[in-house]
Design a protein around this ligand. Sequence first.
Ligand code: UDP
Length: 343
Amino acid sequence: MRVLILGVNGFIGNALTRRILTTTDWQVFGLDVGSDRIEEFLGEKRFRFLEGDIAINREWIEYHVKKCDVVLPLVAIATPATYVKNPLAVFELDFEENLRIVKMAARYGKRVVFPSTSEVYGMCPDAAFDEDASPLVYGPIRKERWIYSASKQLLDRVIWAMGNANGLRFTLFRPFNWYGPHLDDVDAPKEGSSRVLTQFLHNILYGVPIKLVDGGRQRRCFTYIEDGIDGLMKILVNENGCADGQIFNLGNPAADLSIRELAERLVAAVGTYEKFAPLARAATLVEVSAAEYYGANYQDITTRVPSVRKAKECLGWTPTTDFATGLAKTLDFYLSGRLRPEV
Ligand code: UDP
């Protein structure tokens, strides 16, 4: 199989590439603006890479859409701070650019595996979000945070309609707070632009107070990257067409933690590394309002639990990594080779 991954250097793209190259005989063609996470594959014969931008390198993309069997358009802005600071950039990249790719795949009869998001459920009141039954609930337009989920939701709907109208072969997957090695750079402090786990780890390592937005009562289901990749591989293999025309939540309902619990678990786990234990002991948690942290146009999602019944029934997938194990593996990646504490 020939797989085209746009955004191959991203958190999901690099982990998927590693899995494909180490466990299959497939070929991967990848595009990204950076290559720091995929350097180890650059000499590999079954991996071809172009450093480029999906908005610019259109001919390269078209040529490879034609050449490949399946397209994964993984390029997107997925950090809440950007949703409120630069909502149009989110719409242009996450919706407009990706729509072009989807249309191209439809034109050439290629399969699309598209990253929807757990954010599409928004403030859905259901105890567990169901791909085919749960309502998608957003705040008012002035709360600009919702431009991300609205963009993703609209593209989900367009892809779905193209499946019915044009015979586009597609699968949508919805990651629920995936974490693990290569998540974000813990040394690049972009407050509000990193995902919460790497942001908190940065704060601990640099002696900066951990900020709990609105007290950290909101909850997320933290899903270890390799579990997510297991699900994605099942989607790519697509045995008997089991993934065709379907939407799948890929999340770990058993790792449902409040953000405060996440901070406490992280501090405790960092404390088990002798070199970093003093930093863990010195770590402090402070409460900040969402408006202070993200600006007035943010609105949080208080709970987000996936139903994984469908992924189990159709794909035979269930997450298997508990949070303690996933966290330990993640911290080994970030801390074991680290030379010294920063402060
Ligand atoms: N959060 C926080 N402090 C931070 C960064 C994030 O309390 O320094 C909260 C944020 O408000 C959200 C949750 O952590 O409720 C998860 O944030 P993240 O950006 O990782 O992803 P989200 O699940 O919101 O897309």
